[in-house]
Design a protein around this ligand. Structure first.
Ligand SMILES: [Zn+2]
Ligand SMILES: [Zn+2]
Length: 370
């Protein structure tokens, strides 16, 4: 693996700051752990970032260009440079750079969006989720080789996966080690690639996974299914599958945490006299008792009829906002009855109170506990 900061970024030593920035952005996009989960990429990302840190700072870049400072200036004739190389470049030259790398890498994670209805969220639900990812090639079982054949040792690097070369530097001659171009660092080549997967060890396929969506999930939640992502190159370990939940909008019921919210319209006479009723809820019948004299924007809480809590036991509540409905069309007889009622029941005259942004704002505030 290249350790020279310019080499790491694929640049000449006279690169402009703009070129350095561009090269870094390009490599960072390619190697960032979020997009490229392979261990090799993570290692390169570190090197690239470090190289950019040094070369993007004019002072540090100058220091770097001058090479390790005092005493070794005449390094061209200096003996024992291998030690010096080790001293200054340390472990970066060793470690992962040594020996062939494996064809097997971890597969990428996959993300699938799943839409569910609110009533499914109350108790949880099952889904068959269809995903299209890389899966293990059945012809070669991930070996990448045509049946009956196997990889052979690379002639160029003799199986080491690395090509050593000596370069002159201010320190003198320095050995560098780069991945072998013939075998791309694997140490072996595959003379007869598997025809099914073209030597990749994996093919794309659509599969269906039965998934248990637990009760209480909400929009934006991501469920992780370990090992259900794509298979890695050459049959490397699978990535994970993430299911991102979206709960569909419901015309009547809404949700606040584990509580369900809805409004019930109550006729004026029922509001005055009180009544008992049964309503069709999301999860069956809801018995509701309207106490005499109930007011608009009062909230009735029906315990344990909300959403089952995602982690932990029990359910939220169903909160019902009351909206008293005033009749608008009265028969002649009804009109008379109301007139009689008005004469006998002298309430207070209309008077000012603080402005309320409509019933729903009032309801919402009560639902949310303001
Ligand atoms: Zn294959
Ligand atoms: Zn090789």
């Amino acid at each position: 693996m290249a350790t020279d900061h310019y080499e790491v970024l694929g640049l000449e030593r006279n690169a402009t700051p703009e070129e350095i920035k561009k090269a870094y952005r390009r490599l960072a996009r390619e190697l960032h752990p979020d997009v490229n989960p392979s261990a090799d990429a993570a290692e390169r990302f570190k090197l690239v970032t470090h190289a950019y840190d040094v070369l993007s700072d004019p002072h540090e870049r100058q220091q770097y260009d001058l090479g390790p400072q005092p005493g070794f200036g005449g390094g061209a004739n200096f003996g024992g440079f291998g030690d010096i190389f080790e001293t200054f470049f340390g472990a970066a030259a060793g470690g992962r750079g040594q020996g062939p790398r494996s064809r097997k890498e971890r597969g990428q994670d996959a993300l699938v969006r799943v839409e569910v209805d609110l009533d499914e969220v109350i108790f949880g639900t099952k889904r068959d989720v269809e995903i299209n990812t890389a899966v293990l090639c059945e012809t070669c079982s991930g070996s990448c080789c045509a049946p009956g054949t196997s990889p052979v040792t690379c002639d160029i690097c003799r199986g080491s996966g690395q090509i050593q070369r000596t370069v002159r530097s201010l320190l003198g001659n320095v050995m560098t080690s780069n991945p072998c171009g013939t075998c791309r660092g694997y140490g072996t080549v595959i003379p007869n690639p598997c025809p099914t997967c073209a030597g990749q060890g994996r093919v794309r396929a659509t599969r269906t996974i039965p998934v248990d969506l637990p009760a209480g999930v909400d929009t934006g939640l991501r469920l992780q299914l370990p090992g259900q992502g794509e298979v890695g190159p050459a049959g490397g370990p699978n990535g994970d599958l993430f299911l991102e939940v979206k709960v569909r909008h419901h015309d009547i019921f809404s949700r606040n945490g584990d509580d369900l919210l809805a409004t019930v319209e109550v006729q004026m006479a029922d509001a005055i006299l009180g009544t008992k009723t049964a309503l069709k809820g999301l999860d069956g019948e809801v018995s509701l008792e309207i106490k005499p004299g109930i007011q608009s924007a009062e909230v009735i809480t029906v315990k344990d009829r909300g959403v089952t809590r995602l982690r932990g036991a029990g359910r939220g509540d169903l909160k019902i906002g009351i909206q008293v409905v005033t009749p608008t069309k009265l028969s002649h007889k009804e009109q008379e009855l109301i007139n009689q009622f008005a004469k006998s029941h002298k309430g207070t005259a209309p008077k000012f109170a603080a402005f309320q942004q409509g019933l729903f704002a009032k309801l919402r505030d009560r639902f949310l506990g303001f």
